[in-house]
Design a protein around this ligand. Structure first.
Ligand code: HEC
Length: 120
C-alpha cells in the first residue's frame, strides 16, 4: 500500500513538473510574438530599429533581451539606468556588437530605441 502511494505521488509531481514546463514554453512564445509585432511610432526610430536592433532583439537564440519583455528590461534599467544602457550599447556587450550595429545613431536615438524596446 505504501509503495503504491509513493508511486502515485511520484507520478503526480512529475505531471506537475511537466505542466509548469509547458507553461514557460507558452509564455516564451507569447513574448516572442509580441516582440515581433511591436514597431516604434517615430518614423526615423522605426527605420533604424528594423534595420538593426530588431534583428537580434526579437530572436530568442541571440540571447538578447526581447522587445517588450518588461520584466527583463526593468531589471536592466534598475541595474544601469537608461544612460548606463546607452553606454553598454555604444561599447557593445556580450553578443551585441558596438553601437548595436547602428553606426550613425546618436545618444538620443539609442535612448529612444531603449525606451521603445523596454516599452517604458
Ligand atoms: C547582433 C545582435 C544585436 C543587435 C543588432 C543589437 N543587439 Fe542589443 N543585445 C544583443 C545581445 C546578445 C544582448 C545581451 C548582451 C549580454 O547581456 O551579454 C543585448 C543587450 C542589449 C541591451 C542591454 C545591455 C545591458 O546592459 O545588459 C541594450 C540596452 C541593447 N541591447 C540595446 C540595443 C539597441 C538600442 C540596438 C539597436 C541600435 C541593439 N541592441 C542591437 C544583441 C544585439
Amino acid at each position: 500500500m505504501f509503495r503504491i502511494k509513493s508511486v502515485l505521488l511520484c507520478l503526480l509531481s512529475l505531471s506537475i513538473l511537466m505542466i509548469t514546463a509547458c507553461d514557460t514554453g507558452e509564455s516564451q512564445k507569447q513574448k516572442l510574438s509580441m516582440a515581433q509585432n511591436l514597431v516604434p511610432h517615430d518614423q526615423k526610430i522605426a527605420e533604424i530599429y528594423q534595420r538593426t536592433c530588431r534583428n537580434c532583439h526579437t530572436v530568442l537564440a541571440t540571447g538578447a533581451p526581447l522587445v517588450g519583455d518588461k520584466s527583463a528590461w526593468s531589471e536592466l534599467i534598475a541595474q544601469s539606468g537608461t544612460s548606463g544602457l546607452v553606454d553598454n550599447v555604444i561599447n557593445g556587450k556580450g553578443g551585441m556588437p558596438p553601437f548595436g550595429l547602428c553606426m550613425e545613431c546618436d545618444m538620443d536615438d539609442f535612448s529612444k530605441l531603449i525606451d521603445f524596446m523596454a516599452q517604458q
